[in-house]
Design a protein around this ligand. Structure first.
Ligand code: IPM
Ligand code: MG
Length: 368
């Protein structure tokens, strides 16, 4: 019987509540497919700062590296919010583990459940049939460039004005663009054969290189895949105007962060967007949403993005595609039956069909 080692990183806020539902579903699906999962929990984010002073303790990385896959929930919260760059932040734990595990590809599928069409702020006829995946570059760009703050005593800039300065650097290396482009083209081959490459090539040099490289890879290695360039500002508009045009959307780290939140809203809620972060070694799976500190501990958070992240883990790390499909089918049934967490209910949802985190997890298990 296969046995996989999973590193669990519940993190902060609603993290512990939703990851418990992910584990519940994973165990249920494991039983059905004669597979066992062995869990080791570790600290990341704010809880790790509180316990060790470090948002990403070495021990956490050791556990992750010794695992077959990592399941993460969410990090962050007002307790650790600071604009003081010298203080540790929970998010550094998340960025640190992405970098340390070399997780350069972040897949964020935007899946529409037709039962939820009324939960979206967009018209049903706009979102009907939307099926896209955002391929976000995850270990480069603005997130990982050199950054610092200083006080310019001399007024040394061209404006001659003294005062505080802050600098973030957006840098990409050609190989980083090549490998994420290949991931996008590969994904498109398994889907509808179209890649939108998103950049700001009318302004940024990183984007001009990005565009050249993506075109070279596309023309030489994937001539069968359609490649469309789109500027990021236009993409922000097109996502709402006509989201059906997108199949695979590939973009740099920061643009991908912003556009994926926007795309999540097409589904009705950020609570519906799962993600897989892949590199050459152990992979990490996490919902695209944050730790929702405002509803933490109330038992009302939507666990579905976490549960769908479990489905992605089964698919990508363990090649258990049937098991992954079972989870997606179970979620569809639960939603079709009318059950909703607070974030995906709409005006027509009867009060008795609004369920909490644990009940939603139980419903998915019952429908497996
Ligand atoms: C995400 C999140 C993170 C990111 C934050 C929490 C650092 O917004 O996964 O999209 O910006 O990558
Ligand atoms: Mg984000």
């Amino acid at each position: 019987m296969p046995n996989y080692k999973i590193c669990l990183l519940p993190g902060d806020g609603i993290g512990p509540e939703i990851i418990a539902e992910g584990v519940k579903v994973l165990n249920a699906v494991g039983a059905k497919y004669d597979t066992t999962f062995e869990y080791t929990e570790a600290l990341i984010g704010g809880c790790a700062i509180d316990a060790t002073g470090n948002p990403l303790p070495q021990e956490t990385l050791d556990v992750a590296n010794a695992s077959d896959a990592v399941l993460l929930a969410a990090v962050g919260g007002p307790k650790w919010d600071t604009t003081d760059s010298s203080k540790p932040r929970p998010e550094q734990g998340l960025l640190g583990i992405r970098k340390a595990l070399g997780l350069y590809t972040n897949l964020r599928p935007v899946t529409i459940f037709s039962a939820l069409s009324a939960a979206s702020t967009l018209k049903p006829e706009v979102i009907e049939g939307v099926d896209m995946v955002i391929v976000r570059e995850l270990t480069g760009g603005l997130y990982f460039g050199e950054r610092h703050r200083y006080y310019d005593e001399e007024g040394a800039g061209t404006d001659g004005v003294k005062g505080q300065r802050a600098v973030d650097t957006l840098e990409y290396r050609e190989y980083e663009v090549e490998r994420i482009a290949r991931q996008a083209f590969e994904a498109a081959r398994k889907r509808r054969g179209r890649v939108h490459s998103i950049d700001k090539a009318n302004v940024l040099d990183t984007s001009r290189m990005w565009r050249e490289v993506v075109h070279r890879i596309g023309e030489t290695e994937y001539p069968d895949v359609e490649l469309v360039d789109m500027l990021v500002d236009n993409t922000a508009m097109q996502l709402i105007n006509d989201p059906r045009q997108f199949d695979v959307v590939v973009t740099e780290n920061m643009f991908g962060d912003i556009l994926s939140d926007e795309a999540a809203q097409i589904t009705g809620s950020l609570g519906m967007l799962a993600s897989a972060s892949l590199g050459d070694g152990v992979a990490l799976y996490e919902p695209s949403h944050g730790s929702a500190p405002d509803i933490a501990g109330k038992g009302i958070a939507n666990p579905l993005a976490q549960i769908m992240s479990v489905a992605m883990m089964l698919q990508y790390s363990f090649d258990m595609v049937d098991a992954a499909n079972d989870i997606m089918a179970a979620i569809t049934k639960v939603l079709d039956a009318g059950y909703r967490t607070g974030d995906i209910k709409d005006a027509s949802t009867p009060e008795n069909m609004v369920v909490g985190t644990v009940a939603m997890g139980d419903l998915v298990v019952e429908n497996l």
